[in-house]
Structure formats: C-alpha cells, structure tokens
Design a protein around this ligand. Structure first.
Ligand SMILES: Nc1ncnc2c1ncn2[C@@H]1O[C@H](COP(=O)(O)OP(=O)(O)OP(=O)(O)O)[C@@H](O)[C@H]1O
Ligand SMILES: [Mg+2]
Length: 510
C-alpha cells in the first residue's frame, strides 16, 4: 500500500508517494507528466467518456460548455453547479474526477488508498470538508488534510538544513497563501497563515486577455472574442504570453478575430503595471501575517517561494522590497506541495497506525516534528443580556482562537435561558467578530433538552481541532449527560436567522 500526498490545485494537480526510505517522489501520470491539468471534459457523444488532464485541455475548444477548469475556486460553494446531461455536478464531484485520474494513474504498481490532500491554508471548514468529500467520491481514504504552505515547508525543511523564522509565499493558479513558521532542523512550528482564495495566475491571465481585447477593438472596432470557444483559445494564449513575460521583457502573439488578424506585442512593464494591485494585495497579507505572529520583516530569515506564479519577476521584486533579501527558490515550485503532502501522509500513518508503516519509511520520518495551528477562530452564537436595558441580544462567542497550536480542545459552560427550555438552537461559527452578522455559520443543529427544569442549567460546549485539520464540536447537557456531536455543514439560511433566534444557549454573565 502506498503512502500518498495529493496537491489538488486550481490549475494543476500532482501526486507524490513515499519511497522505501520515506522520501517523497512525484508519481508521473499516464501521459508521463509530473503535473496534471485540473481540467475535466465530458464527451458530447458518449456520456461514459470523461476526459481529465491534458486531454480535457486539448478537447475543450470543441465544446467549452462541457469542459470545466478552476473548479477549486468554487469548492464548498452550495450555489455552484455545472449541468451536464441532466445532472448538476457540484465542485466536490468534479474534483473527485480529477482525483480519480490521479489515483488510477498512480495505481499501476500498487493500489492507492490512503492519502493526504492539501488545501490552501485559508480554506474554511466547508471547503475542507468538500475536499474530503471529493476524495471519498474518488474511492480514496482521506487520512488527513494539510495546508499547502505547511506541506511545502515540510518538504523544504526535511530536505535541507533550515533554521529560523521562515515565510512561505505560495502564489498558485487560483489562490494565494502566506504562512510564517519557526523551523529548527526537522522541528517545524507553524505560527500563522493568511490568504486569499481568489488571487492567482488565472487573474493575471485575465489582464493579458484585456490587453488583447483592447488592442483588437482599437484596430478593428469590433470585439476579438465572440464565443466561448474563442475565450478558451485566448485563455491559453494569454497564459503562454504571461509565461514568456517571466523570461523576456516583451512577448508577441497573433490575434485572429472576426475583423481580421493582427500581431500584438506586450511589454513586461505594462503587464507588471496591470497586475501591481494584485501583487500589492499579497504584500498587505504578508503585513497582516507578520502582525499576527508579532514579528517584523527583519525577523524573517528565509522567504520560500511556492506555486507557479512566483516565477513572475515582479513577485521576487516585491518580496525583495519587503524583506531586503532574495527569496529562496530552492524547491520546485510546482511539486513541493504534493511532495510535502506525502510526508504529511507518512506522519499521519505513523500516528494513527504505526504498525502499518514499513520500517524504512518510519526511519525516514521519525525525526520530523510538526506543530500546526488552527487557521480560523471558531465559536457559537449565544444570548447575552444587556446590563443597562435588560434586553437580550445574540453574540458570537469564540471558543477556539485562531493560531492555537494543534491538537487543541477547549470547553466552555453555557446556561439555558428559560424555565422548561426544551431545546438549544446551536450555531457553530467561524470568524473573528462578536457580531453574528460578520461571521460564517458552518453548522446549525437542534439539541433537545429534558422537560420540567428551571432556567440556568449548564451546557458544556467542547470544540476540538485535530492535527488532521478537522474540527469536532460536542454539546453536553451536564445534568442529564446527554450529548450532541455536530456534523459540519454549510447552512446559508442559518446566517440570516441566527441573530434573530430567541431560544439560544445563554452565556452566564454574572
Ligand atoms: N513562468 C511562469 N510565469 C508566470 N506564471 C507561471 C509560470 N509558470 C506557471 N505559471 C502559472 O502558475 C499557475 C500554476 O501554478 P500552480 O501549479 O502552483 O497552481 P495550482 O496549484 O494549480 O493552484 P492553487 O495552488 O492556487 O490552487 C498557473 O496560473 C500558471 O500560468
Ligand atoms: Mg498549488
């Protein structure tokens, strides 16, 4: 049985497995490529044929409506769906098709079952759960979820001598993450993470397409792109131009539109001007992360680059401006996350089922120590009473605070509000604010209580977050010992009603 890590990326995915001495290696796909485009294409004539990877990219000009890319941007979004032949595919189902291909291609010399899948550090519970669901649908046993920058750092720190505070700057195809950690040899402590799930290479491609469209409209007075097919073609062409601009000061290409054809040359400095606000946004997130870790730029001893978009020279220039030193390009920016996820899978196996880990692999992993943190604050909505007016109002009470080292478990006692209160309307939240309107509701449940009791009966609320980045919430009626364990699901309507609810668990304020 292989020990496997999967980087399920917005634009590219990769799979790595541990070798006999516990070192991670990329497993090439059936086409012999080390990374697989995260693209899916449903055949027009035969519903049984679903193409994934480079085949999907190549066939998407024929019918772009049946081809899907960048699905990770919609992971966990209950409003997202793609209708194909009478079935609406959600993001987890679509992602499972990518995972299935990775699994199949890597299974030639032994089955792939137990895996760790990486996610952006800032992914919330709903997106993490959707990622796990995608794994399950693909027939995988998801033994853990790891944050992408943590995986990259794990690979980095386990392949070369590192010490000090390291900042991982991960700019991929669709997402941006920054993570600060303290590394001493193979002892890695995560301090904090920040990120944006809609900032990446795809946004830079869009800027290049805008250049194409403007130049064409100026010359021919007619729009360049008049169909989905044309858009698909120019998306690829824009990506090529963008990559050329990482190597050269200018890039030329041809535009073929309804008014005629034209050559266009784009200067790197114009491209840089167009993407500067986005790169500045990444700089602002670095500042927030430094502040969260109570550090200054000068305290960072190494900046590690991860993600294909870090090849853009403006990224390096920006980081040099902030930190005064060249960022580290020691690891392969496309592969480090999958490689680190495989190491993480090994660590999970050692923890959960050490007997199943072959001695050679165990020997390779034994000295690695990883301390991760909780990426968000988690709380519950409770009723409080205004001291002056005596009026009751809803408040978000944080139980687990962001950046608490994992694993962690915290309990709080809340009290029922009214006599003969027969139920608690439970709302589990994610977010930093005390105002329920400014946090995300990640689950709602009803907890039934015994009859005939007075008010102010204690309810113990316990939130725990395990090293696999999964959260569990337990609500216990202390008198009767009855208990409710909460399943985490997104309930959009709950957000609107939570703050209006009268029957909430009340926090004793005396
Ligand atoms: N030389 C280059 N110059 C600029 N951009 C590049 C270069 N090479 C790759 N990229 C961009 O990097 C992105 C892919 O990076 P990567 O594989 O790290 O992302 P991903 O893992 O798919 O996405 P994410 O981590 O955001 O989910 C693409 O947008 C691609 O165009
Ligand atoms: Mg990535």
């Amino acid at each position: 049985m292989k020990i496997v890590g999967i980087d399920l990326g917005t634009t590219f995915s990769a799979l790595a497995a541990l070798n006999t001495i516990g070192k991670p290696e990329i497993v090439p796909n059936a086409e012999g490529e080390r990374i697989t485009p995260s693209a899916i294409c449903f055949d027009e004539d035969d519903a049984q044929i679903i193409r994934v990877g480079v085949e999907a990219i190549n066939s998407r000009y024929i019918n772009p409506a049946r081809c899907i890319r960048w699905v990770k941007r919609n992971m966990g979004d209950s409003d997202f769906g793609v209708d194909i032949d009478g079935h609406t595919y959600n993001a987890a189902e679509l992602s499972s098709l990518i995972l299935k291909k990775l699994k199949q291609d890597a299974s030639v010399d032994g089955p792939v079952k137990d895996v760790v899948i990486s996610v952006p550090a800032h992914f919330d519970e709903v997106r993490r759960k959707a990622t796990m669901d995608a794994g399950k649908l693909a027939g995988l046993n998801v033994i853990g979820i790891v944050n992408e920058p943590v995986a990259a750092a794990l690979y980095y720190a386990t392949t070369r001598p590192v010490s000090g505070k390291v900042l991982v700057y991960d700019l991929g195809g669709g997402t941006f993450d920054v993570t600060i950690m303290e590394v001493c040899g193979q002892d890695i402590k995560i301090l904090c993470s920040q990120g944006d799930h809609a900032l990446g290479g795809v946004d830079f491609d869009k800027k290049i397409i805008e250049f194409f469209e403007k130049a064409y409209l100026d010359k021919f007075k007619t729009p360049l792109i008049d169909s989905q097919q044309m858009r698909a073609k120019y998306e690829d062409q824009a990506e090529d131009v963008k990559k050329t601009l990482s190597r050269r000061p200018s890039a030329k290409t041809m535009l073929y539109g309804p008014g005629g054809s034209m050559a266009i040359e784009i200067q790197r400095q114009d491209f840089e001007k167009a993407i500067a606000p986005l790169i500045t946004r990444t700089g602002m997130m670095i500042e927030v992360a430094l502040e969260e870790a109570s550090l200054k730029a000068g305290d960072i001893s190494k900046v590690l680059l991860v993600g294909g978009s870090t090849r853009i020279p403006l990224v390096t220039a920006k980081l040099k401006e902030i930190f005064g030193v060249e960022p580290e390009t020691a690891v392969n920016v496309d592969e480090a996350v999958a490689l680190g996820a495989a190491v993480h899978a090994g660590l999970c196996m050692m923890r959960n089922n050490p007997a199943s880990v072959p001695a050679g692999i165990a020997g390779g992993l034994r000295s690695i120590k990883l301390t991760d943190v909780c990426n968000h604050s988690y709380g519950t909505i409770c009723a409080r009473t205004d001291d002056k007016t005596g009026k009751r109002f809803a408040q978000n009470y944080i139980i687990l605070k962001k950046n608490t080292p994992l694993p962690c478990e915290l309990s709080r006692i809340f009290y029922t509000v009214s006599d003969n209160q027969r139920q608690l309307d439970i709302t589990i939240t994610q977010g930093e604010d005390a105002d329920p309107d400014y946090v995300n509701v990640i689950a709602t449940e009803v907890f039934k209580l015994p009859p005939g009791r007075g008010a102010n009966r204690p309810v113990k609320v316990t939130y725990s977050y395990d090293v696999n980045q999964r959260m569990h919430c337990a609500f216990e009626d202390v008198d009767s010992g009855s208990r409710l364990d909460v399943e985490l699901t997104l309930d959009k309507d709950a957000q609107a009603t939570a703050s209006k609810n009268e029957n909430l668990a009340a926090l004793n304020v005396q």
